[in-house]
Design a protein around this ligand. Structure first.
Ligand code: ADP
Ligand code: ZN
Ligand code: ZN
Length: 744
């Protein structure tokens, strides 16, 4: 049967339309028009000539064939890459619920009229011997930034300017100063070719037996044209990254390309540099702070075949490689792989689909795999590889639990248990470093009245305000801020104050400073990392041993290797257990194991102290023994019992509006429509106000559907989408989240 008609969507960058139009395919274009082709079409009353993408082909007309216009021409024939991406967008739209337009915008780089950006490169002006002398001089004077840059230039040769400022964390002022002193120069030519030295620090190391077996097995599969999904379950520091690089090297040697996803937060200089040292200028990186233009540039380089490896956060999946051979997802359990905007896709699922389109393999790695992945491995859908030991001689840290209830009984009300305080003392004396980790900011830091129970809340959001320093109260959702008044707004009582001793990181920092006045303390949380570069600045200061103790939220758990950190303290392990969401146990276990992984990365042995009110909870008990499988067994039992993912599936439907009444009304009608369409084995809950029922004056209602059958939920989503479209409710928004990872 001949395909005579094409569903065309108007070029996404020129129009904001979200529907397809049917066009006839003229005889002479019949074998050129495919799904994903970019075509020129006559559009609108004036038959303006504009571009569009073909989304579907069909044999029969959708309406009067006499009135159907014809495609004028196919714009380019190199659309193979875009073709796959458009197919992927279509799959995402269908699975996750979103308009085709937004799915396309997620997947295709925005075409903008941008000047081709000049790449700048920093390189040494001094001969190497003089540079070495300079380096000694800087080191002697503790000019750490200059020393770091110089050492890097001596070692690795010229470096991309962006990398110097972002990853090496050297300010442009420093670069300028060094230029003026004729130590270095900045050259603006098109991308200086950074040739790699074969024997760089980060060159291939000899894999140990366990690593070797994994790499060999994967390569053997690849050689015999077997493609699939692999899960590497390897303890922190077991050398997963080295294994990925071995696999990547093989795939690249087959002239195919590779995408490596890492959580944004782990996209540190260290990690990226390992890849640069190994693969040279065939590597490129993306991060979320790139402008659209810069991102487009990187994508163009990929399209032209200038690079083989793209490293970045989840959006790096959409790199337009012509022959993708492998996707690696490091720390695959991370929340950041789930998009929080429509389409709310999970990078792991999209990667699997994309790998299928290209005939590529997918490799996932983690010390604490998601339940989804581990159960897939157990069921034989993924191939499981295990690394039980750290690659360097470093042993896994000793983990000790302190029961905070007993601490309280013995009269200690501080945030630091006696054991933790003693351990900190010991490390300070040894000039080693300490990380203290608090897994929720401001949690119990809300202010309430002891006379009437009134809690001070944000007037725009349904959340309590958190107490900060100097009598400031702040909303963590919209930034609303007031001063503490000292009296209850409802009853006037003066017995008003912050609840609980466990306040945020700020309070922890204060307490640590008081307990150890001679130590220097750094804090890293949302409040101290507001500006671009703050995050890197704190981490590099700590790495340079400018502080003894780093207090922080989950942000400090990942990223840098700190060889001098020998003690990790977890101040209140249960805080994340109390979150009202079914992943609380999993998240707690992951955080505890990852945090423990920060201790003793080098030769010095590490110790971890977990403070908790619930030492008997299985997530905490399993973290003590660092026993993933034990945790997995317990947790799956619980999920199976309640039908939560991965043992069942869930669809969250979010309805939002500034008009509370209309929001509730729409939600009720939608729930009814969904219930009328009910399929066997689907369980519908709601509508109910969301846990946070209002954010920035927008009301939020939820409908949840649960089922063992994913397809059934996708049908529920379609039903809800259709009946919503039929309602014509202005100012009400609907969105979907399949297997949500965050509460609403
Ligand atoms: P992971 O990704 O599992 O956390 P990495 O690949 O980062 O582990 O390895 C941890 C450390 O061990 C790194 O410093 C790495 O260079 C080193 N390493 C890994 N494999 C080996 C090996 N086979 N021989 C020596 N050092 C290794
Ligand atoms: Zn009161
Ligand atoms: Zn608010």
């Amino acid at each position: 049967m001949k395909e005579l008609y094409a569903e065309v969507i108007v070029d996404i960058s020129s129009e904001n339309l979200d529907r397809t139009f049917q066009y006839r395919i003229p005889e002479e274009l019949a074998d050129k028009v495919r799904v994903g082709s970019r075509v020129l079409i006559p559009f609108g009353k004036g038959n303006r000539e504009i571009a569009g993408f073909v989304l579907e082909l069909s044999a029969s007309p959708g309406f009067d064939p006499q009135k159907t216009k014809s495609i004028i021409s196919v714009l380019n024939d190199d659309s193979l890459v875009e073709q796959k991406l458009i197919k992927l967008a279509y799959w995402m739209k269908t699975r996750y619920g979103s308009t085709m337009n937004r799915a396309l915008k997620t997947v295709l780089p925005v075409r903008k009229n941008i000047r081709a950006k000049q790449e700048r490169t920093v390189r040494l002006l001094l001969p190497e011997s003089e540079a070495e002398q300079k380096l000694e001089y800087y080191n002697g004077r503790k000019m750490v930034a200059r020393a770091r840059l110089l050492a890097e230039l001596i070692d690795a040769g010229p470096i991309d300017y962006r990398l110097v400022t972002s990853k090496l964390n050297i300010s442009s002022a420093t670069i300028k100063a060094l230029c003026e002193q004729k130590v270095i120069e900045v050259v603006s030519e098109r991308m200086y070719r950074n040739t790699v030295k074969d024997t760089g620090r980060g060159g291939a190391c000899t894999l140990n037996d366990a690593q070797r077996r994994i790499a060999d097995d994967f390569i053997e599969d690849y050689r015999s044209a077997k493609r699939g999904t692999y899960l590497i379950h390897g303890v922190t520091g077991s050398g997963k990254t080295e294994v990925y690089m071995q696999m990547i090297e093989y795939v690249v040697s087959q002239n195919r390309q590779v995408i490596v996803l890492i959580p944004e937060i782990a996209l540190t200089y260290q990690t990226v540099m390992r890849f640069y040292n190994r693969f040279g200028d065939r590597v490129s990186t993306l991060h979320s702070r790139l402008s659209d233009g810069e991102r487009y540039d990187q994508f163009e380089r990929a399209k032209k075949g200038e690079i083989d490896i793209m490293i970045g956060p989840r959006s790096a999946l959409f790199t337009p490689f012509s022959d993708l051979g492998l996707i690696v997802i490091d720390e695959e359990h991370e929340n950041t792989y789930k998009s929080d905007q429509m389409p709310r896709y999970h990078a792991r699922e999209v990667a699997a689909e994309l790998a299928g389109l290209h005939g590529a393999s997918l490799v996932l790695g983690s010390a604490t795999p998601s339940l989804e992945s581990y159960s897939a491995a157990r069921e034989g859908r993924y191939k499981l590889y295990t690394l039980n030991e750290r690659a360097k001689s470093a042993l896994l840290p000793a983990v000790n639990i302190v029961d905070l209830r007993e601490e309280l009984r013995s009269g200690n009300k501080s945030m630091l248990s006696a054991a933790l305080a003693a351990a900190i003392d010991d490390r300070l004396a040894k000039k080693e470093q300490v990380m203290l980790f608090l897994n929720r900011r401001g949690m119990a830091g809300f202010v309430s009245c002891r006379s009437c129970g009134e809690v001070v809340k944000c007037p725009h959001c349904d959340v309590s305000l958190a107490k900060h320093k100097y009598g400031k109260l702040m909303c963590h959702y919209c930034g609303y801020e007031i001063r503490e008044t000292g009296a209850c707004a409802r009853c006037g009582s003066r017995l008003i104050g912050a609840m609980g001793t466990m306040a945020g990181c700020e309070a922890a920092e204060e307490e640590v400073k008081k307990a150890f006045p001679y130590a220097s303390v750094l804090r890293m949380d949302a409040d101290t990392t507001k500006q671009k570069g703050d995050y890197e600045a704190i981490l590099s200061a700590f790495a340079n041993r400018e502080a003894d103790i780093l207090v922080g939220t989950q942000m400090i758990v990942k990223g840098h290797d700190f060889p001098y950190v020998t003690l990790v303290g977890i101040l209140a392990a249960d805080m994340s257990l109390n979150a009202n969401d079914y992943r609380a146990g999993e998240r707690t276990f992951q955080l505890l194991v990852q945090a423990a992984g920060r201790a003793g990365r080098d030769r010095r042995p590490g110790e971890v102290i977990i403070q908790t009110y619930r030492p008997e909870h299985y997530a905490i008990a399993a973290a003590k023994t660092q026993d993933y499988v034990a945790f997995y067994e317990e947790e799956t039992g619980y999920r199976r019992l309640l039908g939560y993912p991965p043992c069942g599936h869930m669809l969250a439907i979010l309805i939002e509006s500034r008009n509370g009444k209309e929001c509730a009304g729409t939600a009720a009608s939608l729930a009814e429509a969904v219930r009328n369409d009910i399929i066997n084995g689907v369980f519908v809950i709601g509508p109910t106000p969301a846990t946070i029922s209002r954010i920035k004056d927008v009301y939020r209602f939820m409908i949840y559907a649960k089922s063992e059958n994913e397809e059934a939920l996708i049908r529920i989503k379609d039903t809800a989408e259709q009946s919503f479209d039929g309602m014509h409710t202005d100012g009400v928004r609907i969105s979907f989240d399949l297997d949500p990872m965050n509460g609403y």
